[in-house]
Design a protein. Sequence first.
Lengths: 195, 195
Amino acid sequence: MADINVSQPPHANAADLDSAAAGDAAPRSQIDLIELLFFAYRNFVSDPDKVLQGYGFGRAHHRVLHFVNRHPGMRVTDLLDILRITKQSLGRVLRELVEGGFVDSRAGSSDRRQRLLHLTPKGAALARDFVAIQSQRIEKALAACSPGAREDVRRFLVAMIDAEDQAAVEKLIVRADLAAVSGGTRAGKAPARPR
Amino acid sequence: MADINVSQPPHANAADLDSAAAGDAAPRSQIDLIELLFFAYRNFVSDPDKVLQGYGFGRAHHRVLHFVNRHPGMRVTDLLDILRITKQSLGRVLRELVEGGFVDSRAGSSDRRQRLLHLTPKGAALARDFVAIQSQRIEKALAACSPGAREDVRRFLVAMIDAEDQAAVEKLIVRADLAAVSGGTRAGKAPARPR
DNA sequence: GAAAAAAGTCAACATGGCTGACATAAATGT
DNA sequence: ACATTTATGTCAGCCATGTTGACTTTTTTC
C-alpha cells in the first residue's frame, strides 16, 4: 500500500489520532477489526502467491499442497470436504500437481476405488516452504504482541468459525498434529463416516 | 464443514486430544494458526456473500461498498490504492453499482477531473448490513475470549500487515473513524499526495 | 501551450469457482 | 447374482474477477 491517501478533510490529520476518544484503550470503531482482517489476510496469502508464481501455480494449488501435506494418504473426498469446492475444480489443480510431480495419487489397498493422496519429496519441500514463510509472518506478528496473545488469537480464530464447524476443524488440526508427531504415520482405512 | 473426516488411523482418535503435549497451554504446531486463519476468514467473508447473492453481486462489490461507505467522497484513485486492483477491474463493478443505484459518482468541484464516490441511501443501507453481520461474528468471537483479547487481536492483525503498509492502514482506519464521528463530513479537496 | 493527471473504454486473456451430464471401477446390500 | 451406491474422473460450458496493453477525453499544472 505504497500510498493509501484518501481525500482528506483539512481538519482531520494525524495529530488527531490519539484524541479520538477520551478513554485509553479506546474501542475505536467496531469496523477496525473488519478492515484489519481484510488487509492482514491479503498480505498473509500474498507470501505464498509470490512463490507459486514461479511454478505457474495459483492459490488453489497451495491449498491442495498444504492439506495433503498435513494429511498424508487422505482421500480425494476428504480434500473436497475441507476445501468445500467441487470435484471438477479440485480435479483441475490436482491433475496439474500430479503431472508436475508434486502429488502422488495411489489406489487404496483396502478400498481400491479410493485415490490416496501423498506429496512427493518435491511437493513436500514446496509445502514446507509455504508453511515456513507464513509461520514466519505469524511469529513476527505475535512477537509484536503481549505474551499471552498467541492463545487469545487462537481462541479468537476458532470462535470466528461457524459454530457447527468448530469441533470438526479442531479435530482436524489435532489429528494432523498428532500424525506429524508420531512420525508421518500414513492414514489407514477410512473409518465409518457418519452421515 | 458438515463432515471433515480425513482418513484416520485407528490409533489416532479423539481421546488422544489432550494428551498431545505435556504442557498445558501447549504450543501445538505452528501450523494451527495458518489453518485457523484460513477457515475463519472463509466463514468471515461467507456472511456478506449470502447477502450479495440476492443482488447478483460478488465480493468485489462488497469491498467497494465498504470502502466508499467508510470514506465518502473518495476518489477512484484512492479506491484503487486501497483495493490494489486495476482500473479495469474496478471499473466493471463500479459501473454495476452506479447503474444499480448503490453508488453515486460526482465530478469534484475543485478538480473536475475527479469522480468523487458516495453511497446512495440504498447503498449505505446495504453497506451497514454488511458491517452489522460481520461485526456480529467478531463480537461473538471476542465474547468467547478473555477480556483483553480485542486489543491482542487488533495488535496481531496490524502486525500481520506488511511493515511498510502498517502506518498507512492505521491512518486510513483512524481517518475514517474520525470522519464518521464528526458527522459524516464529506471529504474536501484532496491535499497534496506525496509521491 | 505542452505535459501530466484522473478517469474511462475496448479487447483479450487467466484463474478458479460453478452446474450438468456421464463414465468407470469397486464395494455393498438384498 | 444382481442392483445399488460410492469414489473418482471427465467433458463442456458458464461466471466472477483478476490481469495486460492500447487509447481517448477532460482538466489541471508547469
